[in-house]
Design a binder for this molecule. Structure first.
Ligand SMILES: [Zn+2]
Length: 92
């Protein structure tokens, strides 16, 4: 999620459910985690695009194995063909 979308999403909530101190702590964490360096930001975005591309091609982003459709107790999901060596899963 882009920072500007996050701010809009947060503004959509009006009821106070989290104490101000906790909110300030979260703000501090988010600001320190925000990537300010342009090159690092670009690499971060490229990394996300690469993972997205792999998931669409049904390739495990952790080990490069094939993602296969499986049936579990809580419904269908994609699991890595290298299970149990790789336990990567994603929702269908
Ligand atoms: Zn895998």
């Amino acid at each position: 999620m882009h920072f500007r979308h996050l701010a809009k999403a947060i503004r959509g909530h009006r009821d106070v459910v989290i104490p101000t101190e906790t909110v300030n702590l979260v703000v501090e964490r988010l600001q320190s985690a925000n990537i300010k360096d342009a090159k690092a930001r670009q690499e971060h975005i490229q990394g996300i695009r690469e993972v997205k591309r792999q998931l669409e091609a049904l390739v495990c982003p952790r080990c490069g194995g094939e993602l296969k459709r499986r049936k579990g107790q809580r419904g269908e999901f994609y699991g890595c063909s290298n299970y149990p060596r790789c336990r990567f899963t994603r929702s269908v």
